[in-house]
Design a protein around this ligand. Structure first.
Ligand SMILES: Cc1cc2nc3c(=O)[nH]c(=O)nc-3n(C[C@H](O)[C@H](O)[C@H](O)COP(=O)(O)O)c2cc1C
Length: 192
């Protein structure tokens, strides 16, 4: 009888230990799930016609640990559209008319989640393409920190801010950052 009691007690101990182990595994699995699902508070949104700003945006998003969003025109820009030698090309016509608002195909569904939004673009005729105004006007950016960044063929930000800030007057705008030709390490220093 004593032997049977000992065996039963031992079996019970083994079962209890197994359950406890299982629970702590479940606990740590839940914890790592919630870590994975931790929402980012910084967004890098960019428009890029020929890939240069896209590459800069990807580096920036890594450096600042941000979600990334490509602003996609409803009608993509062809080479002919981008010909700045032609006064009648789409980009020339759009940029001459500061009130033009080229349509965007996609949206950031969860803009509320972000407290800081980097917005990237190529410089066109010394300022941001007007599709960036379209983007900015689609959201309520009040109270968010908004940091423009750009790539260019040599120009600096020019009058970018004069034409961008009225599209979101209540955002907390920072000065534009020139990311032309910058490495990840250089970007790290620039955004500090
Ligand atoms: C329509 C148009 C206008 C441009 N205007 C300027 C300009 O005013 N100053 C400048 O330095 N580069 C200018 N560029 C060059 C672009 O800013 C530069 O190539 C940029 O890195 C391209 O970025 P993306 O590949 O992301 O489109 C212009 C390019 C285009 C297509």
């Amino acid at each position: 009888m004593k032997r049977l009691t000992t065996i039963l007690a031992l079996s019970l101990t083994v079962i209890l230990c197994a359950c406890a182990g299982n629970k702590s595994e479940q606990g740590s699995a839940q914890q790592s799930n919630s870590e994975n699902m931790k929402k980012k508070t910084t967004l890098v949104a960019y428009f890029s016609a020929t890939g240069t700003t896209k590459a800069a945006a990807e580096k920036l998003a890594e450096v600042v640990d941000a979600d990334i969003h490509e602003i996609q025109p409803e009608t993509p820009y062809s080479d002919a559209d981008l010909n700045w030698h032609n006064q009648q090309s789409r980009s020339s016509v759009e940029m001459k008319d500061k009130s033009s608002r080229p349509a965007i195909k996609n949206k950031v569904e969860n803009m509320n989640q972000y407290t800081t939004v980097y917005i990237g673009y190529p410089i066109w005729w010394y300022i941001a393409p007007t599709i960036i105004n379209t983007f900015v006007e689609q959201y309520n950016l009040e109270g968010k920190t908004v940091i423009p960044f750009f790539t260019s063929g040599g120009s600096e930000a020019g009058e970018t801010m004069k034409y961008l800030t009225p599209s979101a007057p209540k955002a907390n705008w920072k000065e534009p950052i020139n990311l032309t030709g910058k490495s990840k390490e250089e970007i790290q220093k620039l955004v500090k």
